[in-house]
Design a protein around this ligand. Structure first.
Ligand SMILES: [Zn+2]
Length: 364
């Protein structure tokens, strides 16, 4: 029996999303139909809204829900199961099957997503994007786990694999960056330095576990971080620069300016003695970065890209839900605004205007 759904559809021509009433087909094969409770609004979706496109699009890639129906090849969830939805396949190491990319019949013919769509009260997607969680999991503030938490915390735990006592700095402490801060604390990193241009976000970062905060609009973050993280007394590297800097600099903003700052804040090394620091590109870059190639080489610094924190949702999402339940991940503070589906255009505008401190969620 088809499932009625209200879904936000982004038209192919520039313009606001419209809410359309559609019917989702019965799931077949690896498809799952989910009744949603809440979905997050992610910054990377603004890029999709602003970028040109040739056809209609359905958006949203983190949500909570309950399974209504499954196709005959689905084995990881069954109807009635509470789930989190994510854009990152749950474990591609265990299958060579590429997940189905969700799409719906819309007024414009067809509206598609490159993975899932969750700005809708019901959705249909591949079981690779559906993670079972315990029945008592709150279904509102856990909505951002599928992208914001996965990406921020995954970058620290999976991509960088930060070890106790290592030093980290994080550029951009909004919805994703705050989770990188929380994961750095869980990993035992020290110091954990948050960099942003918004003092309210920096206050939030302190609550999530940042040991130091820097307002990049007022203080040079590179000088501050190098002073905080000195190397051995008298040790110098290329061009006589004292050895200093963090083990890992996470660039969640991913602009050329933040990348340059992050890169210059990582430790310089010489002849493998000190271990050059690593810049981890976490945010979705909207411009190319200049690569200080000589300084990369001479200072033995590394650059690492990570999509979705290189997380393995099957293993990591239950961990992050546990952190939340144990009080180690303050998702109540992460969710700073709640809207209805009919307010989706206004909610995206607020995010674009920098008025969302943590994460906005849509509640259905
Ligand atoms: Zn996202």
């Amino acid at each position: 029996m088809p499932t009625p759904a209200r879904v936000a559809v982004l038209p192919s021509d520039p313009g606001p999303m419209r809410i359309e009433e559609i019917e989702l087909p019965d799931p077949t094969g690896h498809q799952v139909v989910v009744k949603e409770f809440a979905s997050g609004i992610c910054h990377s979706q603004l890029h999709q809204i602003h970028n040109a496109r040739r056809s209609e699009v359905v958006l949203g890639h983190e949500a909570t829900g309950e399974v209504l129906a499954v196709g005959d090849e689905v084995t990881n969830v069954k109807p009635g199961q509470k789930v989190l939805l994510t854009f990152q396949p749950r474990d591609l190491r265990t299958t060579d099957r590429m997940p189905w990319m969700a799409s719906v019949e819309s007024g414009g013919g067809k509206a598609a997503s490159s993975n899932i769509f969750t700005w809708s009260d019901h959705t249909i997607c591949d079981d690779q994007y559906v993670i079972a969680v315990p029945d008592d999991t709150p279904m509102d503030v856990t909505a951002p786990v599928g992208c914001a938490v996965l990406t921020g915390a995954g970058a620290v735990l999976r991509a960088a694999n930060v070890q106790p006592g290592q030093s980290v700095a994080i550029w951009g402490v909004g919805g994703v960056g705050l989770n990188a801060v929380a994961a750095a604390r869980m990993a035992g990193a020290n110091p954990i330095i948050a960099v942003d241009v918004d003092d309210v976000k920096l206050d939030l970062a302190s609550r999530f576990g940042a040991t130091h905060v820097v307002n990049g609009a007022e203080t040079d973050p590179v000088a501050f971080i190098r002073e905080m993280t000195p190397g051995p007394e008298g040790a110098h590297g290329f061009r006589g620069l004292p050895i200093a800097g963090v083990d890992y600099a996470f660039d969640v903003v991913a602009r050329n300016q933040t990348f340059q700052q992050a890169f210059q804040s990582t430790r310089n090394s010489r002849n493998a003695v000190h271990g050059g620091g690593t810049t981890v590109v976490v945010g979705v870059p909207q411009e190319s970065f200049e690569l200080p190639a000589v300084e990369m080489l001479m200072n033995e610094r590394q650059i690492l890209g990570t999509l979705g924190g290189t997380a393995v949702p099957d293993e990591d999402i239950p961990t992050f839900v546990e952190w939340f339940k144990n009080g180690d991940l303050d998702l109540e503070s992460l969710v700073t605004s709640r809207v209805g589906l009919d307010e989706i255009n206004e909610a995206c505008q607020m995010l674009d205007d920098g008025k969302v401190l943590g994460r906005s969620i849509i509640e259905f």
